[in-house]
Design a protein around this ligand. Structure first.
Ligand SMILES: [Zn+2]
Length: 353
């Protein structure tokens, strides 16, 4: 199915919201893939082009630093700003060469790291445009009032550059990027519709370019999730609550984001798409497939990878073509791409253009 004609390159928030409206209408969702380097970015661009989908490429604070090749601790805010700019410049060009539209986003930014986003905004002011489609500000550890007060300030700043704001309500459990919520009170893992309405009401007065990561039992990472129940119905209840409060005829007014998508049952993902999940975050499963490609390559070629010279075919035979990083990175990327094809099917997002 062909839905639209977006230009290749990084989309702005206006186009992104048009796409989200199409997603809600036609029951699909977009994959948000945490990237760390050009290999992961290229895998996403290649897979997206092949299946004619639009992916969301996102960087966490530490992944932005990693992309730039900087040391984590040293001037970490500055390194995150530079790393994000380097990554964004690469992707803005690469998406055009691959001839694919793409959404570019920064993942969880907590209160302490807000100077990261401030630095990016300074850069946009300097160059006269934004390099990203969207930024997330995660103040789920603050009170609801403080969370939305600070987010309102940023949404106003973002409007100058047509940038979307992703907020978090409730709390995603588990651990990701040094953010540890593994011992959190389970009540916080479920957002109340009243809180969602409060946030919506405040933010919509500024503009409509925001998305909401409302927690419904989601956990970052992949482990035994049996002791915590995912309740996508919370999303449905929030949509219904807002519909009744505003007295409108729209069952899916809100754009919800699914954090901790890795390791989630297909049925839960599909159910949540019905309730307005337009973005599904995938980090841990991408990490695994990136690694698993190398693992399989190693296990298949082990005796050609233990020394530079000498293998089962002869003690003086060179192993150069086996340990050439392009050999094993190829299988790493291929494994990620195959996994993305599988995810695109679940999210029903193939053949969008
Ligand atoms: Zn997350």
């Amino acid at each position: 199915m062909k839905y639209f004609n977006f230009k290749p390159g990084v989309m702005n928030a206006l186009d992104m919201h048009k796409l989200f409206n199409l997603a809600k209408k036609n029951i699909f969702s977009l994959p948000a893939i945490n990237c760390i380097d050009t290999n992961s970015v290229n895998s996403v661009l290649f897979a997206s082009k092949k299946k004619r989908t639009i992916s969301i490429i996102q960087f966490s604070f530490s992944s932005a630093i990693f992309f730039g090749g900087f040391f984590y601790k040293k001037n970490s805010i500055k390194s995150a700003i530079y790393g994000s700019i380097l990554a964004a410049n690469y992707i803005n060009d690469a998406a055009k060469y691959y001839n694919v539209p793409v959404i570019l986003h920064t993942d969880h930014c907590n209160k302490e790291n807000l100077p990261w986003i401030d630095g990016l905004l300074d850069h946009y002011n300097h160059i006269g445009k934004s390099l990203f489609t969207s930024h997330m500000i995660d103040l789920s550890n603050c009170s609801l009032v403080e969370n939305i007060d600070i987010c309102s300030v940023y949404l106003k700043k973002f409007s100058k550059f047509n940038i979307n704001l992703e907020i978090e309500l409730g709390c995603t459990g588990g651990e990701e990027d040094g953010l540890d919520n593994t011992n959190i009170n389970h009540d916080k893992l479920y957002t109340s519709p009243i809180d969602v309405f409060y946030a919506y009401n405040k933010l919509i007065k500024i503009n409509k370019f925001f998305t909401i990561a409302a927690s419904f039992g989601n956990i970052h990472g992949v482990y035994n999730k049996n002791n915590i129940k995912m309740r996508p119905l919370i999303l449905y209840k929030s949509q219904k609550f807002i519909k009744e409060k505003l007295n409108i005829n729209n069952n899916k007014l809100l754009n919800f984001v699914f954090h901790g998508g890795s390791g989630t049952k297909e049925s839960i993902i599909k159910e949540s798409i019905n309730y307005g999940i337009v973005k599904v975050n995938l980090d841990t499963d991408i990490q695994w497939h990136y690694w698993e490609g190398v693992l399989k390559y190693y296990l298949n070629n082990k005796y050609f990878l233990l020394s530079q010279i000498g293998n089962p075919e002869g003690k003086n035979k060179p192993n150069k073509k086996f340990y050439d990083p392009r050999s094993w990175l190829f299988f790493s990327k291929k494994n990620v791409i195959d996994y993305l094809f599988y995810i695109f099917n679940i999210l029903n997002c193939n053949n969008l253009y």
